[in-house]
Write a protein that binds this ligand. Structure first.
Ligand SMILES: Cc1cc2nc3c(=O)[nH]c(=O)nc-3n(C[C@H](O)[C@H](O)[C@H](O)COP(=O)(O)OP(=O)(O)OC[C@H]3O[C@@H](n4cnc5c(N)ncnc54)[C@H](O)[C@@H]3O)c2cc1C
Length: 393
């Protein structure tokens, strides 16, 4: 986004990337359809982005959901909006959009240099490790967009943090966001139910900061839980674990029935009928949901219909930790806002700007991550443009 803004004003732009090709994480996001933005952008940016810093608010006010859609249409890609407001390219993949985008940048003169890893940044300039040895580059202005610290195999390995620390720039520690969590499952749960989706359950998390609920699907893994509902709750759960609090998700396995109805249906069990059979017959509670009840419930009350009904409506799933940082969809932490001006310029390095996930902001999934990356990229590009134009006066 920054390269586009600057090159459109007639400046020469070079883009350097450590990997053999660019935008690998963007392409990976395309594997699940590329949820590029969200029409349910709240009036207050803070309802989505926790404690947004002023420059992030300004950047999102200047480039938000509608602008992302228009930008995509200008590149010849039609957006489609799902029922929850999530916006995707009609083809539900990233490659046609990326091809059109790179084509447009190349037409406006932007030069791409892959296999160029920024290894150091000192008074000589930017030092890249390349297949042909080290290359020093001096620039009139530069925008860094080196990503967060997850999915290192796609290029976002966070090693730039060392280069930045050496340059005296303050960073907040990286934390997983939109991530899975660990659960100490029994062998039976691991062996028989890893990979199983849990559909139509309601998940509730309670903390001193309030209650959060969601009714999306989630997946049981060998080591815990991930995806959909878990990502939605992940910011709250992560903050509870970081504060040293116990993090418990309360599962309602049958959110369409109230506890009285469930209790009544459970009451008619005949002498010889097993609890499992009875749960299947009266409540259609089978498979992974039945296994969760067995795993997390108090089996000593399974013969008491009322107590069993209460367990089905509020089953405690206690998390033992966060899944590894590298597996998170995104990461919080990175360049502290105190280090940046309103224009996304590093106060200690005039002429150098930052954008995207490498800055310390956080957001849930739903298209909000890419939208903030685009918005901050554009804002940093405009900042670089102002810097260049002031210098040439
Ligand atoms: C599986 C998955 C699915 C996702 N789905 C969605 C989604 O549907 N919607 C959504 O909004 N978000 C989604 N995201 C998140 C989104 O992809 C990221 O937030 C976004 O790509 C971050 O963009 P960025 O440009 O800041 O960094 P990145 O996309 O991480 O790009 C950083 C670039 O910097 C390069 N780089 C790093 N270090 C160096 C260095 N030292 N020298 C040179 N180059 C370097 C890397 O090679 C990389 O190309 C998903 C993420 C994942 C992992």
């Amino acid at each position: 986004m920054a390269a586009g803004v600057v090159s459109n004003h007639g400046y020469g732009v070079d883009v350097y990337d450590a990997m053999p090709s660019v935008a690998r994480k963007f392409l990976m996001a395309g594997k699940s359809g590329l949820n590029i933005t969200n029409t349910h952008f709240p009036d207050g940016v803070g309802d989505v982005y926790p404690q947004p810093a002023a420059p992030l608010r300004t950047a999102l006010a200047a480039f938000s959901a509608q602008d992302v859609e228009s930008w995509m249409q200008d590149l010849g890609i039609q957006p489609v909006t799902g029922s929850t407001g999530r916006v995707f390219p009609k083809q539900m993949k990233a490659s046609p959009l990326l091809r059109a985008w790179l084509g447009q940048l190349q037409e406006s003169g932007v030069r791409l240099h892959v296999r160029h890893r920024l290894g150091a940044w000192d008074e000589r300039g930017l030092q890249f490790d390349t297949p042909d040895g080290q290359k020093t580059v001096q620039t009139a202005a530069c925008v860094f967009a080196m990503g967060g610290r997850s999915w290192a195999r796609l290029g976002s390995d966070g090693q730039w943090a060392q280069t930045f620390r050496e340059a005296g720039i303050e960073l907040s520690p990286f934390l997983p966001s939109n991530c899975g969590f660990c659960v100490l499952w029994s062998d039976r749960m691991k062996n028989e139910f890893a990979g199983h989706p849990v559909k139509n359950a309601q998940l509730t998390v309670k903390s001193g900061q309030g209650v959060q609920q969601t009714r999306e699907e989630f997946v049981v893994t060998a080591d815990g839980v991930e995806s959909g509902a878990i990502y939605t709750l992940s910011l709250k759960l992560r903050d509870m674990l970081v504060r040293g609090e116990a993090a418990t998700i309360w599962l309602d396995l049958l959110p369409d029935l109230d506890v009285t109805e469930i209790g009544q249906r459970l009451r008619g069990r005949k002498g010889k009928q097993s609890v499992s059979n009875h749960l299947r017959r009266t409540l259609n509670l089978t498979g992974v949901k039945r296994a969760l009840l067995n795993e997390l419930g108090d089996r000593t009350v399974f013969d008491d219909p009322q107590a069993l009904a209460q367990q089905i409506k509020a089953l405690p799933l206690t998390l033992s930790g966060m899944a590894p940082l590298d597996q998170a969809i995104s990461t919080a932490g990175g360049v502290s806002w105190d280090e940046l001006t309103e224009d996304f310029m590093l106060r200690k390095k005039p002429g150098a700007f930052c954008a995207g996930e490498m800055i310390d902001w956080d957001a849930p999934t739903g298209g909000y991550l890419l939208t903030a990356c685009f918005a901050t990229g554009r804002a940093a590009g405009l900042g670089a443009l102002r810097w260049l134009e002031n210098r040439s006066l």
